[in-house]
Design a protein around this ligand. Structure first.
Ligand SMILES: C[S@@+](CC[C@H](N)C(=O)[O-])C[C@H]1O[C@@H](n2cnc3c(N)ncnc32)[C@H](O)[C@@H]1O
Length: 283
């Protein structure tokens, strides 16, 4: 299931068809979530309600809407409105070298350990516009990717707009604010106030739509999975199920890195041991 902003389907002589909302419940938040799921595939009911509801209600309060169901006509008919709403709910915030201390560990510990095993197949799960994947690519490039080290980095996100941006590999000055200058310059070319990933980094990375709530990656396929600042929005059982699928997708000896406010519950049951702060290793 993927989140799309392509707008409603058109049929026949320019007639529009829209998904029909399910019968109303007494709860406008639930009705809104069901409507959005039908419209573009995102299952907001699996996300933590207090945070998500606060975000939605403040978004609509600024537009004079108090009952969330009153937003349906605008969501159906106005692509700009839908896009602004998706910005609000998918929370695409990212940056190059986000949480630099985590990247120091990846560079000093994880890449060398994985390089010794012959190569790195990595997944940025919830990659947004690709900053995480390209930061990893830049560090792998410095470690010899493209010559003596084989590296592939796959990014997935539920937001189609973010995948399109990630494929361009272009970042703003603001995105680069935490990046160590020398490493940034090694991986990115400065063009008109932006940072463009160099061809070596572009060759290592690929991006595709994917909903973490439903994806079932092949067991034992990755050496490194980065899943940071994405599951914080999920309900706990959903988060734990996802962590179990991520653990299963790791090869023995592979690493899972979570965000700097996150942890894997019941890690040992999933065959994961804490290796470094916010980093688990599969046994
Ligand atoms: C805050 S960004 C994190 C980006 C990056 N991992 C980082 O730490 O900088 C969270 C991303 O998760 C994505 N996301 C939210 N729900 C998702 C889902 N069910 N499946 C895949 N991606 C999802 C959002 O679209 C957003 O781009």
């Amino acid at each position: 299931m993927s989140l799309s902003t392509d707008g409603p389907a058109r049929t026949g002589a320019n007639r529009r068809t829209y998904p029909r909302p399910r019968p109303a419940t007494s709860d406008d938040y639930v009705d809104f979530c069901l409507f959005l799921q039908q419209l573009c595939g995102i299952e907001l009911l699996q996300y933590k309600r207090p945070q998500m509801e606060r975000r939605l209600r403040s978004f609509y309060a600024q537009r004079g809407v108090t009952d969330l169901r009153d937003s349906f006509p605008a969501l159906r008919g106005d692509a700009t409105h839908l896009s602004e709403l998706l910005d609000r709910v998918t929370i695409n915030v990212s940056q190059l070298w986000r949480n630099p201390e985590q990247w120091d560990l990846i560079e000093a510990k994880l890449i060398p350990a994985l390089a010794e095993r012959g190569g790195i197949n990595a997944w940025s799960a919830g990659c947004s516009y690709g900053a995480e994947a390209y930061t990893l690519a830049a560090l792998c490039h410095l470690a010899g990717a493209g010559s003596r080290l084989r590296v592939t980095i796959h990014g997935t996100d539920i937001d189609r707009r973010m995948i399109a941006r990630a494929r361009r590999g272009r970042f703003s000055e603001e995105d680069a604010r935490s990046a160590p200058r020398a490493k940034l310059l090694a991986g990115f070319a400065e063009t008109e106030g932006n940072w463009q990933a160099k061809p070596g980094l572009m060759a290592m990375t690929s991006f595709e739509l994917g909903d973490l709530l439903t994806m079932s990656p092949r067991p034992g396929s990755y050496d490194l999975i980065l899943c940071r600042n994405t599951v914080i929005y999920f309900n706990e059982p959903i988060r734990d199920q996802l962590h179990a699928r991520l653990a299963s997708a790791l090869r023995p000896g592979g690493f899972l890195m979570v965000g700097s406010t996150e942890r894997v519950a019941h890690a040992a049951e999933l065959g994961l041991a804490s290796a470094y702060p916010f980093i688990y290793r599969k046994s």
